[in-house]
Design a binder for this molecule. Sequence first.
Ligand SMILES: [Zn+2]
Ligand SMILES: [Zn+2]
Length: 206
Amino acid sequence: MGFRLHCPKCESTNVHIERNGYGDPIMVLQCHQCGKQVYGEEAIDALHDEQKREWDKVAPERQKAEAKAEAERRRVAEEDRKILEAERAKARKKQEQKEAEEAARAAELKAWAEKIRKQQAEEAAAKRAAEEAKEKAEQEARRKAAHVPVCLVPIVIIEGICAWKDCDNPVAENSKYCCQECRKKAARWTYHQKKKAERVAARATA
Ligand SMILES: [Zn+2]
Ligand SMILES: [Zn+2]
């Protein structure tokens, strides 16, 4: 900063010089800070010279002080810049971390959804296979049932005559047979017929 005339009382530089009065106006220095006035051109000149001398005298020290203040300002600015930089780096790192965490969560969710989908598909396939197997078994059973004769030789029952095929005797009371012997023979014969039918069916489906 260059030299500036200032108020001799309060040292404010908020001063100005004007000419006051009529005819032979006088030069006045007016301080707008404290109201101090200095009258006369000579007095103002003297004040200027004195202040300028004083200013020149302390100039090297002032320059040194200003240089020091400037260095300090730069140091503080540099420190501020470093702090800001560090904070930005921290924020960047935090953001990167957050993004990485989000990506990991998304991947986990995707894997989970994939697992569920796979599980559901497997369950559906197993259910379908079970239904198909059941259907096939039922078809097979129906086919067998359709092909297996219950009895190879039909039994012809004549009302009132013993139901045993090799007997023509009249039936006993409350019975299809004439006697216990015929009933047993008929039961044995039916049993063998069934066995025979099963063997035929087994050969047919083998
Ligand atoms: Zn003043
Ligand atoms: Zn009989």
